[in-house]
Design a protein around this ligand. Sequence first.
Ligand code: AMP
Length: 304
Amino acid sequence: MSILVVGSVAFDSVSTPFGTAEEVLGGSGTYFSTSASFFTAVNLVAVVGEDFPAGHLEFLRQRNINLDGVSTMAGRTFRWRGEYGYDLNEAKTLDTQLNVFAQFKPQLPEHYRDAEYVFLGNIDPELQLEVLKQVVRPKLVACDTMNFWIDGKRDALLKTLKHVDILLINDAEVRQLAQEANIVKAAKAVLAMGPKTLVVKRGEYGALLFSAHGVFAAPAYPLDEVYDPTGAGDTFAGGFIGYLASVRDDSDAAMRRAIIFGSVMASFNVEAFSLERLRTLEFDEISARYRKFQLLTQFDGLEG
Ligand code: AMP
């Protein structure tokens, strides 16, 4: 089952304690689509400027990502500049240039409109809603956002959240959205805003899944080489929703497996800058790491 995704396609400039990258391929839509494409076909909605290289689009096309919904507009592509210190969980945004995204009015191609699985990637919540309105009868709507929009477009975001089934955001964003410091209380408050399921991404500390079934916790895969956490959240979401769409199952058991697939995909992505690790990744490596994850969290029950 294919997934419809809207998100940013970007030039990222990133510095971490281990190196820097200037104007490399990035964006929430790019990371999500590439990660999800290991599980299922993807239809992407986005905009790029005239400065966007054909080679980047070709890379996405080769990963079975349909680009009929990606338009090229006069002007510059979206740009993001960020920096990480030794605490790789926290990105410091130095510059955000919306560029062509500021004028973007998404128009879904006809064959995108009957999508059953929809991912509203991190982008202006007004654009997220605009895209969702054009989908005839979505079965599962997932959504991401960030501090930039929680602060800058709170009312529009709250409107979008009313139509969302699964929200995937990081712990700081959950606290900011709920205006509550305790993560369990904050999760309850977010679940009252619309989503039935909340996935809290906690960087190197793993992820939490909150729903009517209770809470599920997964660690992050312990890695000895982490170069660039940019895109980890979107790559996680791509593995999570990609897996759910591929099995067409939204039971609690499927969601738990999806959390592990999300964690596996994110763990590969942070091993190199930009999308470099995902370019060479094979599905065998994904399933091998899934099995290692199972061992990582296995323990015996109490006797008697
Ligand atoms: P993450 O998965 O949270 O690390 O997302 C990183 C990606 O989000 C980068 O590749 C950026 O291009 C993109 N990004 C950063 N800020 C924004 C924003 N305000 N709107 C849309 N995309 C953004």
